[in-house]
Structure formats: structure tokens, C-alpha cells
Ligand binder design. Structure first.
Ligand code: HAM
Length: 435
């Protein structure tokens, strides 16, 4: 017996409705690429392991699909797209394109996650990356896009948690925690493994007062940003290097407080991200009913340089399309345009060309149109059309063909007319179906 193949665990086929939903979300993402002037680009799914592993963070690095090609190159399926987009920027745009460079992308990513609701091994991301500015207005632009995307998809209740890796890292640096250990601690913080963080602090003899101060910083969260900033300034008053980062965060928050998006913002100083390239603002988007983020991003001012480019500050974010689709489905946010399908049936094989000619005319009017390819007779064609939600069936028999006519039957009302082919547009008003 031949073997039955299935999709690989954690990967999915997209049938009609799934693919329609994906296209729907993508079309809204693309509308934002247009409105914010982002150029859509794409990169290969396969990259050098060293590129995607460099700052992926321990967790994602372990979850990568890694393989050697026949030429002995160590490659990986991309687990995310910021590193590939930074590579694309350096390779193609850094020297020639005027700054800032705004890039958008939609594509699949691969992580060997434990498959569950909203967590897959192949999933879709839609992202926005802005290269060349370290001013807070570029952080605001990225946050605003995230906010607009959520609104355009139809979400009303969502929150954008924001934190600042620059504050945490500069604090770690002054208390002499080396970069690698910082990565480990931030990775654990992202997974909320507080016990392990405590162990590491002990193992590395971090002074108790510094550890306590660190926990006090992590406890700062909420909507009252001025209180949080005051507390940060108080807690860190003896660390002027860190206050510089607090100041950067303050300016971002002050700008945000003047914009619509502010009502969705919640500060959380304990926010950390699995990826290690972040240097400043970080954020994640959450919706009610899903405890995993539907999107996330932040500032990464050193990645381009790390990959051999010139110093280029950058900020961006990626939305998890599959999770957005789950949340949109739960809220009934997909609005499918009413579809009008038309079936054209030749009554004998001689009318096949007439049917194709008529079908072309009707497709020009914007209708989904099929010519029957199973040679059904009138009765079978009619019952098939009724039970499969066609709105109109058109018959062309010998008599119609001779007189250059068609018989149009509307299936909702039962109304039937025999009309000239040229008159079709008078009974079928043009439609525009977007997806
Ligand atoms: P990330 O938070 O790792 O960030 O992924 C972004 C989004 O992808 C997540 O918020 C989530 O919605 C979705 N996602 C992640 N893993 C899975 C999975 N296994 N199944 C389904 N969805 C998933 C990044 O990847 C960064 N590159 C974002 C960024 C862009 N930062 C700056 N620019």
C-alpha cells in the first residue's frame, strides 16, 4: 500500500478560507506600507546560520531548523526577519539609498516551537523596519504603525506593553554584568524564570543592593508613566550613566502621551524580549483572550554594525499574522464581501465556445464565473448550482446560440430571462471583489 503523507508537525496547509484570511490581513498590512511609505521587500527563507543565530537569543537559536547544504554551508530556515532585512539593507541599500530607509516584509518564519494554539513551527510575520534614525520620532512612527494596524484590522481592545532594554542593559553594565550574562538574564526575564535569574545573580556575586534595585526597577509598571519615570529617576539617582537611558525613554513617553495611541500604552519595566539585538525601546502587543503577544518589536541600534555595515540606528516591529487571525476570528472581525458566483452551462458541446465568450464578458464585469466542464444537463447543472451557492446560472443552447442570446436564471428569485449577450451588463451590475 502506498504511504499517506501528512503536513510536517507544526506546519499547516492553507485552504480556501484560511488563505482568504491571510490575504485579508496582508492587504491591510500592504495598505499601511503604502500610507507610511514603506517599500515591500522579500528575502530568501534560507539564510546563513551565523546571520540568523548571531543575536537570536538562546531560546530561538535552539529552536532553529539548521542544515548543511551540499556545498558544506551551514544554513538555517529564518526564525525571524529582522536579521535578514538588516543584511538586505547592508548588501543593497546602505551605500546608495537616502536615509531613512523604510522597509516592509511579509513572509514565513520557522521555529521548532511546541505546537499549540497560536504557536506553530511555520508561521507568518508582517514587519516594518526603519533604518537610519535614532531620534524618538522613529520609535513613535513604528509604535503608531502597530497601533494603526490593530485599528484597521478592527481591534478596539488591545494593549501595547512598552519597556526599555537600554535602561536595563546600562544598569547591568554599571554593576559589571558582562554582555553575555546580560543576554542570559534578559532571556530568562522574557520567559519569566525569576528563580534562575536569582541563582545567576548569586553565582556571579552581584551585590545584594544591586539585585534589590534591579527587582525594584522590574516592579515598575502601569499607565501612570510620570510616576514610573519619577521612581526610575529616584531609584537610579546614583547611576548617571543609566539616567541617560531613562531620559531617552522619558522623551518617548512624553511624545506618546500627546497622541491617540497613548490610551493603549502600558509601561512595564520587566518587559524583555527573546531576541538579543534590542538596545532601547521594546514593545509587545496583546489582545484579550490570548496570553501570547500578537506582535512585538523595538530599537536595535547595533545590529547593522554587527553585520559589517556602517553605524545605522534602526527600529521596527513584526506582527504575528497567525495569532492576529485567531484573535480576529474570535471577534468576528473578518468581513467577507458577498460573493456572486455564476455558472455557465452549454446544453450541447457545440455551445462550448459561446459559453467561453460569454464567460469572458461576465468576468470583465467582475464576477466569479465558471464554465461547466462536466457536461451536466440542465437538471443536474441547476441542482449543483443551487446546492453550491451560485447566484446565477446561464444556459446556452442551440436556439440561444443561433440568436446570439443567453438564458439567465437568478437562483434566489427564480427569475429567468433570455437576453442578447450584449445586454448582460444591464442585468449584471459590475462588482468589485477584493480578495
Ligand atoms: P518576535 O516577538 O520573536 O519578534 O516575533 C514577532 C511575532 O511573531 C510575535 O509577537 C508572534 O505574534 C509571532 N510569532 C513568534 N513565534 C511564533 C510561533 N511559533 N507561531 C506563531 N506566531 C509566532 C521578532 O521576530 C522580531 N523580528 C520583531 C522585530 C522587528 N523587532 C524589530 N523589528
Amino acid at each position: 500500500m502506498s504511504k499517506m503523507f501528512r503536513t510536517v508537525r507544526g506546519m499547516r496547509d492553507y485552504l480556501k478560507e484560511d488563505r482568504w484570511r491571510l490575504n485579508y490581513v496582508n492587504s491591510i498590512v500592504r495598505e499601511l506600507y503604502y500610507k507610511y511609505n514603506y517599500d515591500e521587500v522579500s528575502t530568501p527563507i534560507v539564510e546563513f546560520f551565523d546571520l540568523v543565530a548571531a543575536k537570536a537569543g538562546a531560546e530561538i537559536r535552539e529552536k532553529m531548523f539548521v542544515f548543511e547544504d551540499k556545498g558544506g554551508r551551514l544554513l538555517a530556515l529564518r526564525p525571524e526577519m529582522t536579521a535578514p532585512i538588516a543584511r538586505l539593507y547592508i548588501e543593497n541599500l546602505m551605500r546608495s539609498a537616502p536615509k531613512p530607509v523604510r522597509l516592509g516584509y511579509i513572509g514565513t518564519c520557522y521555529r521548532y516551537d511546541n505546537p499549540q494554539r497560536g504557536r506553530y513551527r511555520e508561521f507568518w510575520q508582517a514587519g516594518f523596519e526603519l533604518f537610519g534614525s535614532d531620534y524618538p520620532e522613529s520609535d513613535i512612527e513604528i509604535l503608531n504603525i502597530a497601533y494603526d494596524l490593530m485599528g484597521k484590522l478592527g481591534f478596539t481592545e488591545f494593549k501595547i506593553k512598552i519597556g526599555h532594554i537600554g535602561v536595563l542593559r546600562s544598569f547591568f553594565s554599571v554593576i559589571k554584568i558582562p554582555d553575555e550574562l546580560q543576554d542570559t538574564i534578559l532571556g530568562l526575564l522574557d520567559k519569566r524564570e525569576m528563580g534562575k535569574i536569582e541563582e545567576i545573580m548569586k553565582e556571579n556575586n552581584i551585590p545584594e543592593n544591586a539585585v534589590k534595585l534591579f527587582y525594584n526597577i522590574l516592579n515598575l509598571k502601569g499607565k501612570e508613566y510620570t510616576t514610573i519615570i519619577n521612581q526610575l529617576n529616584n531609584l537610579l539617582s546614583e547611576y548617571p550613566e543609566v539616567l541617560g537611558e531613562v531620559e531617552k525613554f522619558t522623551i518617548i513617553l512624553q511624545l506618546l502621551s500627546k497622541l491617540d495611541i497613548f490610551k493603549k500604552i502600558e509601561v512595564d519595566m520587566s518587559l524583555a524580549r527573546g531576541l538579543e539585538y534590542y538596545t532601547g525601546l521594546i514593545f509587545e502587543i496583546f489582545v484579550e483572550g490570548l496570553d501570547i503577544a500578537v506582535g512585538g518589536g523595538g530599537r536595535y541600534d547595533k545590529l547593522v554594525e554587527l553585520f559589517g555595515g556602517e553605524h545605522t540606528p534602526a527600529v521596527g516591529f513584526a506582527a504575528g499574522i497567525d495569532r492576529l487571525i485567531i484573535a480576529m476570528d474570535e471577534r468576528n472581525l473578518f468581513r467577507k464581501p458577498l460573493e456572486k458566483k455564476i455558472l455557465i452551462t452549454p446544453l450541447t458541446p457545440r455551445q462550448i465556445p459561446a459559453c467561453f465568450i460569454t464567460a469572458s464578458k461576465i468576468r470583465e464585469l467582475g464576477y466569479k464565473t465558471e464554465v461547466d466542464v462536466l457536461r451536466r444537463n440542465i437538471k443536474r447543472a441547476l441542482s449543483y448550482a443551487v446546492s453550491n451557492n451560485y447566484s446565477i446560472i446561464i444556459f446556452i443552447g442551440e436556439k440561444e446560440e443561433k440568436e446570439n442570446k443567453v438564458t439567465v436564471k437568478k437562483l434566489d428569485s427564480g427569475e429567468q430571462h433570455t437576453i442578447n449577450v450584449e445586454e448582460i451588463s444591464s442585468i449584471l451590475t459590475p462588482v468589485v471583489n477584493r480578495y
